[in-house]
Design a protein around this ligand. Structure first.
Ligand SMILES: [Zn+2]
Length: 268
């Protein structure tokens, strides 16, 4: 191998970025072509949209020209004195291949170029790929290597791990917020009786936030002057005060005073 590792990685990194740029632009073109097709088929919605999308597609096609040109230049350098390369198929059980034309893959397979392995000998690549090594590309891979988990850390894996941690952090924050907003110390919602019917049937309702618990208390107390409260309503009021007191770390009487002050303010 005449080229240095650094040289190979540099060329492949640039080339890999160029292929990604090309892919992104082509996806955009496909999107615009879809819209264009819609407006051509439905001229009554079209107005000046057809012209707009045609122009956008042309702009993107022009952007591809220098990208393609640079790809050709870099490919020529590679073809003069090829070095080893490694590609990981982008999917949950994607394998590592030595080129993008492996017979086990499909034409539409998306690859992630593992440029960090460019110009490394195949043994190193196979050792790191472990069970992810493609046995068609690397037929000499020893069985004990193929039984080992992959040691390749890809940008993709790192991004997935980061996303997982972010989701987890958001979940914890959401639970903490729900608990902070809850009408109880435990974070659980409060089950109260909504009404008792003449036939004795009971319907319940869940109070999920402290805010709702407070407004239930205030509303029920306000209505008391128009109609006498049912026993179950009195029980609900009592349950709310008890749970809010526990949550806020105050006595029942103190919590009742807080609520009565709110009620007074509302009446003033
Ligand atoms: Zn392969």
């Amino acid at each position: 191998m005449a080229v240095t590792k650094q040289f190979a990685v540099e060329i492949d990194t640039e080339l890999s970025n160029l292929y990604n740029d090309e892919w992104t632009i082509n996806q955009k073109i496909l999107g615009y072509k879809d819209s264009l097709e819609f407006y051509v088929k439905n001229p009554r919605y079209a107005s000046d949209n057809v012209e707009h999308y045609e122009k956008q597609i042309e702009i993107l096609k022009q952007k591809l020209v220098p990208i393609k040109k640079r790809q050709r230049e870099l490919n020529e350098i590679y073809n003069q004195d090829p070095w080893t390369r490694a590609y990981l198929v982008v999917s949950s059980d994607g394998h590592v291949h030595k080129d993008m034309y492996c017979s086990t893959c499909f034409p539409q397979t998306r690859y992630q170029w593992l440029v960090q392995y460019s110009n490394d000998d195949e043994k190193t690549i196979v050792e790191d790929a472990g069970q992810d090594a493609c046995t068609v590309c690397y037929p000499s891979a020893p069985a004990e290597v193929l039984n080992r988990p992959s040691r390749i850390v890809t940008a993709d894996k790192l991004a997935k791990e980061k996303a997982r941690q972010e989701r987890e952090a958001k979940k914890i924050a959401r639970i903490a917020k729900e608990k902070a907003n809850a009408p109880t110390a435990s974070g659980e919602p409060l089950k109260i009786i909504r009404s008792i019917y003449k036939d004795g049937k009971i319907s319940y309702e869940w109070i999920k936030t402290e805010r709702t618990a407070v407004s239930y208390w205030l509303n029920t107390q306000s209505w008391a002057k128009f109609s006498p409260r049912e026993q179950y309503e009195l029980d609900n009021l009592d349950l709310i005060v008890r749970n809010l007191a526990e949550k806020n770390g105050v006595s029942f009487e103190q919590q009742l005073k807080i609520l009565n002050n709110k009620l007074k303010k509302r009446r003033d």
